[in-house]
Design a protein around this ligand. Structure first.
Ligand code: FES
Ligand code: FES
Length: 166
């Protein structure tokens, strides 16, 4: 039996500890938002967060995540209200959609590390997430919008905290 936290809820699964996390999520826990692309850590479709860091769940054995925190696309929000999801909607980013949950999870991690990323930072951080539909320009635009909206929300709450009229 292996326990871990999935989207802030404790779960335990009784399967082969070598089973890749991606299969545990999709086939055992029925969390199908995370996708299988290559199975070889080459495409990013299976990206989830392990203690806040993006990982490729297709090559991560279950044993390696025991007692750790895993976040998936389902954990961002229940109503697409996360700022990155909102920016994705604003820019109409997906085409077929298959790569998009991995793209969004990488983008969330990017913005956690770099709240105001420039083009080069975005390109470097997102280069492991492949999109066969070529939605890269919209992904980049959405990341910039999410960064801007998150900064505005932060400035607004900061201003309120110091008693400014906003
Ligand atoms: S399915 Fe994991 S990186 Fe492609
Ligand atoms: S939207 Fe089709 S693979 Fe990215």
């Amino acid at each position: 039996m292996i326990r871990f936290n999935l989207n802030n809820k404790a779960v335990e699964v009784d399967v082969d500890p070598n089973m890749p996390l991606l299969w545990v999520l999709r086939d055992i826990l029925n969390m199908t938002g995370t996708k299988f692309g290559c199975g070889m850590a080459q495409c990013g479709a299976c990206t989830v967060h392990l203690d806040g860091q993006p990982i490729r769940s297709c090559v991560m054995p279950l044993s390696a995540i025991a007692d750790k925190n895993i976040s998936t696309i389902e954990g961002l929000s229940t109503d697409a209200s996360h700022p990155v999801q909102q920016a994705w909607l604003e820019h109409n980013v997906p085409q077929c959609g298959y790569c998009q949950s991995g793209q969004i999870m990488s983008a969330v991690a990017l913005l956690n590390e770099h709240p105001n990323p420039d083009d080069e930072t975005i390109d470097n951080y997102m280069q492991g997430n492949i999109c066969r539909c070529g939605t890269y320009p919209r992904i980049k635009a959405a990341i910039k919008t999410a960064a801007k909206n998150t900064r505005s929300a932060f400035d607004y709450s900061l201003a309120k905290d110091v008693g400014a009229q906003v």
